[in-house]
Design a protein around this ligand. Structure first.
Ligand code: ADP
Length: 338
C-alpha cells in the first residue's frame, strides 16, 4: 500500500498536526464545530466541577481517528483552567512511566491518554485506584514480607481516547463517569471547519469548494484539513485563484478520491470483498492478508466509514457487502485510477 495514501487516510497526526504546532486546532469551544450533544454534556460537567472546585469526572471519548478527541481534551483543560498533560497507551510501557506522571501532576491536571485500550495490563491496574481515590499502591519486597504503601496523589481528571471501546477492560471502563461517542461529521460541518482553516492558511476557498472537499473527507476533520492543503497546492500550480467546486473536484480526483468520497483503499476493500470473497462474509484477518495491510488499521480507520455509509455490514461470521456495496459502479463514480 502506498504510504502516502495511507498517510492521508490514517488518523495518525503528521508532525505539523501535533498539538503544539497545529495552527488549525480549535482553541475554544466556539471554534469546535459539531458534536453538539457531546459538547453540551461536557460543558455541564465542566461548569459543575468549577462550581464545586473539584477535579472533573473522568471522561472516555470513543471514535475513529481524526474526529477531534485530542482537541476536545485540550479544550476541556482550557475551560477548567488546568494544566494539560498528554500521553498514550503504547508510550506508557511500564508501571513506573505512569507512576512518574501521576506523582508529579499538580492538583486538577487533565491527563489525556490516547489509545487507552493499548495500555499494558499492569499499567492499567495502577489507574484503578488512581482514578477512584487518587492513590497509588506501592509494593515493597516480595513474597511473605511484601508490604503495601498507599501513596496519595493530587486529584486529576483522566480523559481517555479510544478507537475501540470494546477492547477496554470492564474495571477501567467503569471508572469513567462520562463516556461519549464522537460521530462522523456532516459535509456542512466539515465545510465550516474548512472555511475557518482556509482563513488561517490564507487560502481563498469558496463555499461550494468547501462543501466539495467536505463531502469527500470521510466525515473526518483531520482528513478535510489535509485535503484542503492538497487542493491548495493543486490550485496554486494549475489555476492561481480561488478554490472553486470544480477545482476541488479535479484536485481530489488526482488524489484518488471519487465522487462518493471513497479513496483507493476504500475501493480496494470493497472490490476485494466482492471479487475475492464473493461479497462475504469474510474475517478481518483474511482481508488484511489479502490487502497486505495491518488488521488494526482496517478495523480502526477503513471500516468505520464504510459501515457508516452502509456499504458494508458486520455479521457474527464476518464482514459482508450490503446491496449498496454490491451496487457501486466504480466506473460511473467519476473514478480516478483504482
Ligand atoms: P483525534 O484525537 O480524534 O484523532 P484530533 O483532536 O487530533 O483527533 O483532531 C484532528 C484535527 O482535526 C485537529 O487538529 C483539528 O484541526 C481538526 N478538528 C477535529 N475536530 C474538530 C472540530 N470539531 N472542529 C474543528 N476542527 C476540528
Amino acid at each position: 500500500m502506498d504510504p502516502n495514501e495511507l498517510n492521508l487516510l490514517s488518523g495518525d497526526p503528521l508532525p505539523e498536526e501535533l498539538p503544539d504546532t497545529n495552527l488549525l486546532r480549535p482553541q475554544t469551544f466556539d471554534q469546535y464545530v459539531g458534536q453538539g450533544e457531546v459538547i453540551e454534556s461536557l460543558k455541564v460537567a465542566i461548569q459543575a466541577a468549577l462550581l464545586r472546585q473539584e477535579a472533573m469526572d473522568h471522561v472516555l471519548l470513543h471514535g475513529p481517528p481524526g474526529l477531534g478527541k485530542t482537541t476536545l481534551a485540550s479544550l476541556i483543560a482550557r475551560a477548567l483552567g488546568v494544566p494539560f498533560l498528554s500521553s498514550s497507551g503504547p508510550a506508557l510501557e511500564k508501571g513506573g512511566d505512569l507512576v512518574g506522571i501521576l506523582t508529579r501532576v499538580s492538583p486538577g491536571t487533565l491527563l489525556f491518554i490516547d489509545e487507552i485500550h493499548r495500555l499494558p495490563r499492569p499499567v492499567e491496574e495502577i489507574l484503578y485506584s488512581a482514578m477512584e481515590d487518587f492513590s497509588i499502591d506501592v509494593i515493597f519486597d516480595r513474597g511473605s514480607s511484601a508490604r503495601t504503601f498507599r501513596h496519595r496523589i493530587s486529584p486529576f481528571t483522566l480523559v481517555g481516547a479510544t478507537t475501540r471501546a470494546g477492547l477496554l477492560s470492564a474495571p477501567l471502563r467503569d471508572r469513567f463517569g462520562i463516556q461519549r461517542d464522537l460521530e462522523f461529521y456532516t459535509p456542512e460541518d466539515l465545510s465550516l471547519i474548512l472555511l475557518r482553516s482556509a482563513g488561517l492558511l490564507d487560502v481563498d476557498l469558496t463555499q461550494e469548494g468547501s462543501l466539495e472537499i467536505g463531502r469527500r473527507s470521510r466525515g473526518t476533520p483531520r482528513i478535510a484539513n489535509r485535503l484542503l492543503k492538497r487542493v491548495r497546492d493543486f490550485v496554486q500550480v494549475h489555476a492561481h485563484g480561488e478554490i472553486t467546486q470544480e477545482l476541488a473536484r479535479q484536485a481530489l480526483r488526482l488524489e484518488g478520491i471519487d465522487d462518493r468520497g471513497l479513496n483507493r483503499i476504500d475501493r480496494k476493500f470493497i472490490e476485494t470483498v466482492r471479487t475475492v470473497y464473493n461479497g462475504g462474509p469474510v474475517g478481518i484477518e483474511a482481508m488484511a492478508a489479502t490487502l497486505q495491510m495491518d488488521p488494526d488499521t482496517l478495523i480502526d480507520v477503513v471500516e468505520p466509514y464504510l459501515l457508516k455509509e452502509g456499504y458494508l455490514a458486520r455479521t457474527p461470521s464476518g464482514r459482508k457487502l450490503t446491496s449498496s456495496g454490491w451496487g457501486i459502479d466504480f466506473e460511473l463514480a467519476g473514478n480516478p485510477s483504482t
